[in-house]
Structures are given as C-alpha cells and as structure tokens.
Ligand binder design. Structure first.
Ligand code: ADP
Ligand code: MG
Length: 261
C-alpha cells in the first residue's frame, strides 16, 4: 500500500493548520512525523484517515482518491492505532484483537473461524499470543500498546497509522514497541507514526517528515534531514549528533550542558 499526499491544505477555522504539505509513503516504509506541539501532526493523520475531509489538495491510497472510498473500503486499507489509555479495555486480549476484524463481519454475525485465525496471527506477529486470555486493563502500558497494534493487524490493512504511540510508555516499553513496529515495516507494512522523540526517527524510521508551522520543514531519510539546524528550528534547542558503532545519536546541548536548567 502507498499513500501520496499532495499539496494538502487544511483549516479548522480561518487560520490554516496545514499549508502545502506533500509526501509519499511507500510499501514497507516506516515514516516518522516530527514537529512541536500544535505543528499539525494529528490534523495530518485526521485528513489521511478521512476524519477531516474539508481539505484542499489530495490524499491518494494506492492511486485512489481517499475521499472516494467508503469507511469500510478505507478500513480495509488503513488501520489507526490509538494511544493507550488506562482502563479503556475491560476485555481480554483475544476479545480486543478480535474487534479489529469487525469490518470484515456482517453487522449481525459473530466472528467466525477466519476472524479467530486473523486474531491469532496478529497476536503472534507482535509476540503477545501468551497474553490472549489476560484482561487488557491489567497489562503494562507497553503490552497494551502491542494489543492495540495486534487489533490493527487483525483488521488486515496494509497501512498502520500511529499518532504518538510511545508517548505514555516508559523507556523500556518505548523501545520494545518500536522494535515490534520496525519488524512490521520489515515484513511489508507501510507505517506512519508521530513521535515527540527525534531519536526514535533516527533509530527506527526509513524517512522523516518534519512539520513546522503547518508546512513540511523537511522530508527525507533521517541521516539526510535530521540536522542540529532542523532540531533547533523545530524545538528551539541546540543539539549535537554523535556517531557511534550502533548508530547516530542526538545529544542535547551544544557544549554538553548548555541547555540544562
Ligand atoms: P499536533 O498533533 O502536531 O500537536 P494538532 O494537529 O493537534 O497538532 O493541532 C494543530 C493546530 O490545530 C493547533 O493549533 C490546534 O490548536 C488546532 N486544532 C486541533 N484540533 C482542532 C479542532 N478540532 N478545532 C480547532 N482547532 C484545532
Ligand atoms: Mg497530536
């Protein structure tokens, strides 16, 4: 699945939130969307997901105008993965993941063998099969996020959209969730995720879209676009990039402690 966004312009009221945003998401690619609070990341997701349709420009999914697709046809192509919220799911992991198959079941029917098989496969893909009978609200934040990813996989859409999937997770769970997400991209899923941590983009993404003031401040491979100048423009902090044996790392503060307060 591919997404092509071209010259996207959107305003909730008079002031535009997105101005002339263009980018491409290819099959098997992980695109990280960066940008300070209010930059328009969630709005961009909402336009692609069809929650907002009053935009100018175009969003095409595999060459088809997204606005021409019914909600069911859209759900067959794109799955949205929400952030984890405490106590949101008083269901078992298996039941929650099965909910992802709802669009493939007729309104009054119960999930059948095919839906159960999809749910099992999805739990397997993110390594939570052993949690199937557990209640979601009793799991760790990281495990809950993996349940929501499995639910999206059970939807059998080839594109996954995640708006800040790691923002409520601790350090270890952030890494565990992102490792799983990276593995899904390597299996061919197209993935778009927003994050407040530019290091996530550097460590896991194939490409980065940086939004600033509703415009694409940069779009390209992490190594090409993630410069100290871009990070200062986006977040107003000085940083240095340090190359190590395991990759490139962002260190805040130009001379070590300059940004510390
Ligand atoms: P981000 O996800 O990057 O933090 P958002 O897309 O949520 O940014 O918000 C972009 C801008 O749009 C902000 O100025 C925000 O206040 C405004 N905005 C977001 N949602 C709405 C809405 N439903 N109605 C009006 N303005 C909104
Ligand atoms: Mg947001």
């Amino acid at each position: 699945m591919s997404i092509e966004v071209s010259k996207l312009y959107f305003a909730y009221d008079a002031a535009p939130v997105l101005k002339d945003v263009s980018f491409h998401l290819g099959k098997g690619e992980l695109l990280a969307v960066l940008g300070p609070n209010g930059a328009g990341k969630s709005t961009l997701f909402r336009c692609i997901l069809g929650i907002e349709s009053g935009y100018r420009g175009s969003v095409t999914l595999d060459g088809q105008d997204a606005r021409s697709l019914s909600p069911r046809a859209r759900a067959a192509r794109i799955a949205y993965i929400p952030q984890v919220h405490a106590h949101a799911f008083p269901y078992s992991v298996e039941e929650t993941v099965l909910m992802g198959t709802a669009h493939s079941v007729s309104p009054l029917a119960l999930p059948g063998r095919e839906q159960h098989a999809s749910a099992m496969e999805a739990m397997e893909a993110v390594g939570i099969r052993h949690l199937a009978k557990k209640t979601v609200s009793r799991l760790s934040g990281g495990e809950q996020q993996l349940v929501l990813i499995a639910r999206a996989l059970a939807q059998r859409a080839a594109t996954l959209m995640m708006d800040e999937p790691t923002s409520s997770l601790d350090y270890g769970n952030q890494a565990r969730v992102l490792e799983r997400v990276r593995a899904l991209a390597d299996r061919g899923y197209s993935i778009m995720l927003s994050t407040h941590n530019p290091q996530h983009a550097l460590s896991y993404a194939d490409r980065v879209l940086a939004l600033h003031g509703g415009q694409a401040a940069a779009c390209g491979t992490p190594r090409d676009v993630m410069t100290p100048a871009l990070l200062e423009r986006l977040y107003g902090v000085k940083t240095a990039l340090i190359e190590t044996e395991t990759g490139l790392f962002i260190v805040p503060g130009k001379k070590g402690r300059e940004n510390c307060v």
